[in-house]
Design a protein around this ligand. Structure first.
Ligand SMILES: NC(=O)c1ccc[n+]([C@@H]2O[C@H](COP(=O)([O-])OP(=O)(O)OC[C@H]3O[C@@H](n4cnc5c(N)ncnc54)[C@H](OP(=O)(O)O)[C@@H]3O)[C@@H](O)[C@H]2O)c1
Length: 200
């Protein structure tokens, strides 16, 4: 069971542009493309619970669920999802969503129970992933690096993870468009596990 920040990013470290647009990403290929989903379905098969911030939730409502307001699409995740917000957000009838706020450690405990032995996926944004990191609850950062730069936008991971640095796991994958860099997170004073050492 691992808590994973799995996201696509521009080379210069943004996960959305300054207008919260993902057009730069969707134009490169679709995670729902059964011929090449960039490893998404294999990753998602091992996810037991998801967490996202309100901007990400509202992006999904606008661009996916209500992209055609006359024919709303279903919420894309059947697995239990926690949406973090201090505000009252629109509720989607029938969707497996809980709203929460405050200390991410409390949310994480609930997610671990719901995940039933599978992984916890921190969908984004970057600061939310940082909140898990702040509480030493983030185990892995899995980045699909898109071959673009944005110059500004929503930051990938607005934290300083320098000492110790992240540990690069294995060989980066390359599927023709994305380079995937997969890191383990180590905290000050923590011994690296033999599993981690073996991977270096
Ligand atoms: N490239 C990708 O694959 C990818 C992946 C995920 C997201 N995205 C995009 O990246 C952008 C991320 O937006 P963002 O940086 O604003 O991050 P976000 O995490 O989606 O939303 C941040 C907001 O969530 C709420 N929040 C966060 N933590 C909270 C907590 N502990 N308790 C209560 N509320 C909390 C706060 O808003 P309120 O309290 O005001 O509601 C906060 O301003 C979005 O446009 C999204 O679509 C891209």
């Amino acid at each position: 069971m691992s808590t994973q920040f799995y996201t696509a990013t521009s080379i210069d470290g943004f996960i959305a542009d300054e207008h919260n647009s993902l057009e730069w990403l969707t134009s490169l290929g679709d995670a729902n493309d059964s011929d090449n989903d960039h490893g998404y379905s294999a990753f998602y098969a091992n996810v037991g619970a998801l967490a996202m911030g309100s901007t990400t939730y509202e992006w999904l409502l606008k661009n996916l669920v209500y992209a055609n307001p006359l024919a709303p699409a279903p919420w894309p995740y059947e697995k239990p999802t926690w949406v973090l917000s201090h505000r009252e957000l629109p509720v989607l009838p029938g969707a497996n969503i809980r709203f929460a706020q405050g200390d991410i450690a409390t949310v994480h405990t609930e997610m671990m129970t719901a995940a039933g032995g599978q992984n916890v996926w921190v969908v984004g944004g970057g600061d939310l992933a940082g909140q898990f990191y702040d509480r030493q609850l983030l185990d892995e950062v899995i980045l699909s690096v898109a071959p673009v730069t944005l110059g500004s936008g929503a930051p990938l991971f607005p934290r300083r993870a320098v000492a110790p640095a992240l540990t690069l796991r294995g060989q980066p994958g390359f599927d023709g468009t994305f380079v995937q860099l997969h890191y383990d997170v180590t905290y000050p004073g923590a011994k690296s596990s033999s599993a981690q050492s073996a991977r270096i």
